[in-house]
Design a protein around this ligand. Sequence first.
Ligand code: URA
Ligand code: CA
Length: 432
Amino acid sequence: MRMVDIIAKKRDGGALSPEEIRFFIDGYVQGAIPDYQASALAMAIYFRDMTDAEIAELTRAMVASGETVDLSAIRGIKVDKHSTGGVGDTTTLVLAPLVASLGVPVAKMSGRGLGFTGGTLDKLESIAGFQVEQTTERFIDLVNRDKIAVIGQSSDLVPADKKLYALRDVTGSVESIPLIASSIMSKKIAAGADAIVLEVTTGRGAFMKNEKDAMRLAETMVRIGKRVGRETQAVITDMSQPLGRAIGNALEVREAIDTLKGQGPDDLRALVLALGSRMVLLAKKAETLEEAHRQLVNALDSGGAFDKFKQFIANQGGDPSVADHPEKLPQAKFQMELTAKNSGVVSEMAADEIGLAAMLLGAGRATKEERIDFAAGIVLHKKVGDPVASGESLATIHSDREKINDVIDKLYRTIKISDHAERPKLIRRIIT
Ligand code: URA
Ligand code: CA
């Protein structure tokens, strides 16, 4: 087999055989196939697309390119959740203890963030003492005993994705549905998921900027999941404005705690219930979606989810008293109010721009090496569709820097106030 023939076949619109796909992935990971040939194939795939059979085979070959996590020692159906990302995305911090409190095993491997704010690991590390490094043995024991553990992603999973993604990033072939779908699904499968619930975000703060592309990606991943024997469902959500009110690591932990207490912002609660009820259903802990939803609402209202959060934090070395005393979380030296310059209705809060403002405050990292300021960030008091009076606070800015004119200017440019605006619908579609 020759790589040049595989490239030409895809260039001409042909469907690659399983052998050809495996030849490419294996050869590329081993270094036998050079970057320029892999990049030519990625571009051909971008233009010519792939059949479901090809994408499923590509996913399998990518999983097989590295180690896989064996979660068979954990009893029950392991349902993983993945989000294509957003701004102020506090979901996992709430969702993991919530579904675990119903007996769904949550054996989660999470990542750090690059860009707007930290990832789930960074957010958890804003709790004093919390350890994201655990041995595999302890990880499995914790999930068997208490149904929840969250650790860092092993660097040995799906090396094909690391190499291919870095190549796509510099050769203009990131935005290809078959390449994105196989990249995401291979990582979930290698991490040991039996079933997968996907949140595909859409809008300015998301990877997929419009709903049509988000739908295509979600539908493809749901079909591929079924083909490779992992029941998969997807929820398409709006990320035109940040999720919830808090953007920043410790601020989002606090928002998660509020939500686990049955308080917290309505949109975050609604999203967690939508994703969680599907996780409970796929884990076969409920017969219907309505029953799963009822159980989750009960776990939020009864304090069961909140207690599970405290147990989870304590199990991994963190100080669980932050749940009752969130003022113990890192706090910024200064808090400044951003007041509205005129009255009306908030009509725009572009998630990407607000995410960049949070990053300027130190809540996120622009390069992998940068350190995060856990206390820094923004708490929104208004969201799109909310009426506002001149002089009222739109947001509180948390920062150790006293002079933050750059951030204030950016937020004023980003937040638009008009005569009229609709509240965007958070949950756009469900794909099963
Ligand atoms: N996220 C991923 O994990 N992979 C892609 O290819 C794109 C987004
Ligand atoms: Ca949030």
